[in-house]
Design a protein around this ligand. Structure first.
Ligand code: ADP
Length: 491
């Protein structure tokens, strides 16, 4: 019988189900949008039941589209928006509060109160004290619901990131667990000792009994009894780590960058959790068997969003695609630098107050050069992250594997390769997040035999090699550095 791996990809804007075969080809997919609620400025919430129903819908739809039943499924992998926090009642299985989404700032005050603990928190978790991560969101929820703390301490309430919630529902309450990659984003998990950290739980006053069991990313979590008593869930990973795995960055020094609205760069740093002094996060990539793989993570807030801005606010282009055509009409960007600090600057600057700026305009500057400079700006921002990762990991970082919507832009990727002086690889399957958990799940069941087996069927559609002279790279990147410095002075 033809068997497939079913990957469930629960993202911030939508939930998708994708069926993969042994050659890593995404054969069928289904998608449902998931609503966000914005009850106050800066607050972002979702309905946990809507998330769960969207999972049921996409799984059913993809089976119908492929004209198969659960009998044709080898195993299920779950990947998810990370850090988003859900608390539910153990007996009824019903949510006790809306899910607080990773982007939400509603627990900022809780984090501010703990600012003097930031070094302790960084040393244990590899993360920064920030409302982005789960711990302060859990605290917020326990404070918001009547008798929240008391109920949590009595074991009545359970917390989970979205993977845990879906796993709990799919197994009809039998399995209450998460994987190390998701646990490592909560701000409560000690990435050295590989356990929930009692001291951190005390800091946030979160009882240990409301935290799930932490398991490897590739193992038998339990049966998806809601759909079938014979199909098991065997892979779980947070979306960015899943993408690192889906890009087959299995070895130390292999990196991936996702060019979406923002950019997320992750590097496999091997089996030791190196801590950064420059705002790079250290996180757990995955665990297979006893082996933990750690990763560096850096983020750029405005990536493809700069192209959207050119289209929607500046009206310089009609579509994102047109940006490439216009950029290629010019031989260079004529000395223009755009620093897209619309919402501050991410890694490695972590400057919330900086705002966007343009440098180097002359009477001869034109729209096409402006568009070209915008694409180059995305590449410079990513180089800033890449260079810090290279320095702090002490690794070579010889290739960068890429995915995300903006990788459709060949000019962007060639310029990225030039400015990084690094080979860039674009895989055939751009669904790297879903593919990552399909791999993790298939490895646990033997559907995929080994990492080598996976690598052998992983194909690339484009490989970009650096063509720019080193002296030219230096001249241009020095210009960018000056532009960022000047931008940060203007506050
Ligand atoms: P997200 O998952 O963050 O929604 P996607 O991976 O779907 O992002 O990518 C969408 C982003 O890619 C948008 O910001 C869009 O401007 C950008 N994008 C799409 N096509 C191109 C293109 N050809 N050139 C440059 N940017 C593009």
């Amino acid at each position: 019988m033809n068997k497939f791996i079913l990957a469930i990809d629960q993202g911030t804007t939508s939930t998708r189900a994708i069926l993969f075969d042994r050659k890593s080809i995404p054969l069928y997919s289904a998608q449902r949008e998931v609503k966000c609620y914005y009850p106050n400025p800066g607050w972002v919430e979702q309905d946990p039941l809507e998330i769960w129903v969207s999972v049921i819908d996409v799984v059913n739809e993809v089976l119908v589209k492929a004209n198969i039943t659960m009998k044709n499924i080898d195993s299920i992998g779950i990947t998810n928006q990370r850090e988003t926090s859900i608390v539910w009642d153990k007996d009824s299985g019903m949510p006790a509060h809306r899910a607080i989404v990773w982007q939400s700032r509603q627990s900022a005050e809780i984090c501010e109160r703990l600012n003097d603990k930031k070094e302790l928190i960084h040393s244990k978790t590899g993360l920064l004290i920030n409302p982005y991560f789960s711990a302060s969101k859990i605290r917020f929820i326990l404070d918001a619901i009547p008798d929240g703390q008391k109920k949590a301490e009595s074991g009545q309430l359970l917390f989970g990131t979205v993977d845990t919630w879906i796993l709990y529902k799919l197994t009809m309450g039998d399995v209450y667990a998460t994987d190390v990659s998701n646990a490592s984003r909560t701000l409560l998990y000690n990435i050295h000792e590989l356990k929930w950290d009692e001291e951190l739980c005390k800091l946030f006053n979160i009882p240990l009994c409301m935290l799930p069991e932490v398991k490897p990313s590739s193992c038998k979590f339990g049966y998806a009894s809601f759909f079938s008593n014979s199909v098991s869930i065997c892979g779980i990973a947070g979306d960015q780590q899943a993408a690192l795995f889906g890009q087959t960055c299995f070895k130390e020094g292999e990196s991936k960058n996702t060019y979406g609205t923002g950019c997320f760069m992750l590097t496999n740093i091997g089996d030791k959790p190196i801590l950064s002094k420059n705002g790079i996060l250290t996180t757990i990539g995955w665990q297979i068997g006893d082996k933990i793989t750690y990763a560096f993570e850096g983020s750029v807030f405005i990536g493809g969003a700069l192209v959207q801005w050119l289209r929607d606010e500046m009206e310089m282009i009609e579509s994102a695609k047109e940006s490439e055509k216009l950029a290629l009409k010019e031989k260079d960007s004529n000395g223009i630098y755009i620093v897209p600090a619309f919402v501050g600057l991410g890694t490695p600057y972590w400057d919330n107050e900086a705002r966007g700026a343009v440098f180097g305009l002359t009477r001869g500057s034109n729209k096409n050069q402006f568009v070209r400079a915008s694409l180059e700006a995305i590449a410079y921002e990513c180089k800033d992250v890449f260079e810090v990762m290279k320095k702090e990991s002490n690794l070579e970082l010889a290739t960068l594997k890429v995915d995300g919507g903006a990788t459709a832009n060949k000019y962007l990727l060639q310029f990225q390769s030039d400015i990084l002086q690094t080979i860039i690889k674009l895989p055939v399957c751009l669904e790297t997040t879903a593919l990552g958990v399909a791999y993790l799940s298939g490895l646990a069941t033997g559907y995929f035999k080994s990492l080598e087996d996976i690598e052998s069927c992983h194909e690339y559609q484009m490989i970009y090699e650096p063509e720019m002279a080193k002296s030219e790279v230096k001249r241009r990147y020095d210009g960018w550095k000056k532009a960022v410095e000047a931008t940060r002075l203007f506050k």
